[in-house]
Ligand binder design. Structure first.
Ligand SMILES: N[C@@H](CCC(=O)N[C@@H](CS)C(=O)NCC(=O)O)C(=O)O
Length: 213
């Protein structure tokens, strides 16, 4: 398999975690978002939405959207499972994952932040305030969701799930923009539990072939 991705892309990071947890190898194809490589002619033939990640299967089929990719991998390579066996558990894990992937991430994506500065002429500090506000607000909601269920090692249960694949990259991004992460005990405990695992370590931005300081 080939993964079109970028070391700082949190949606890519989600897929890298899933691949690492499942012990699946792949070719790492870097797409430098900060240099606009995803907007170069040709990339839209690979990714219709011109975003990363894209997972190319051995037969050339290309999959987009990190959550769809992870669910595909989970169906094709069920061990270890990234979704619980029970329907209610799956609904909770998907809700937690979507709280990050659908509520927090889209309004803080690179193209949104660029639009704020380039088109709306928002200054750098105001843009960062926007970023931190939405990440913090979203993580507080995430924390309340976690607190609705009994304590567990990871976001849901004692093994990592799709929810953890989404949480960890969001925390990395939040830290990069100096988002306050205090007062989120369940969230940060799950983050710490994930980062104690080799798969999460191996998938992190600094471990990527295209990593930059
Ligand atoms: N919902 C998509 C989001 C994909 C996405 O937005 N990727 C970002 C990187 S994390 C990207 O390619 N951004 C390019 C841009 O904003 O110009 C997914 O989960 O895969």
């Amino acid at each position: 398999m080939k993964l079109y991705n970028y070391f700082r892309s949190s949606a890519s990071f989600r897929v890298r975690i899933a691949l690492a947890l499942k012990g699946l190898s792949y070719d790492y194809l870097p797409v430098h978002l900060a240099k606009g490589e995803h907007q170069q002619p040709g990339y839209s033939d690979i990714a219709a939405d011109t975003l990363v990640p894209v997972l190319e299967l051995d037969d050339g089929t290309r999959l987009s959207q990190s959550m769809a990719i992870i669910e595909y991998l989970d169906e094709q390579h069920p061990d270890p499972a990234l979704l619980p066996a029970d329907a209610l558990g799956r609904a909770r894990v998907r809700a937690l994952a979507q709280s990050i992937a659908c509520e927090i991430h889209p309004i803080n994506n690179l193209r949104v932040l660029k639009y704020l500065t380039r088109e709306l002429k928002v200054d750098e500090e105001t843009k960062n305030t926007w970023y931190r506000y939405w990440v913090r607000t979203g993580l507080e909601a995430f924390e309340r969701q976690l607190a609705q269920a009994p304590a567990s090692l990871f976001c849901h249960g004692d093994t990592p799930t799709l929810a953890d694949c989404c949480l960890v990259p969001q925390i990395f991004n939040g830290q990069r923009f100096n988002t306050p992460l205090d007062g989120l005990p369940r969230t940060m405990a799950a983050f710490d539990a994930c980062m104690a695992l080799p798969a999460f370590q191996a998938a992190q931005p600094s471990a990527c072939p295209d990593a930059e300081a």
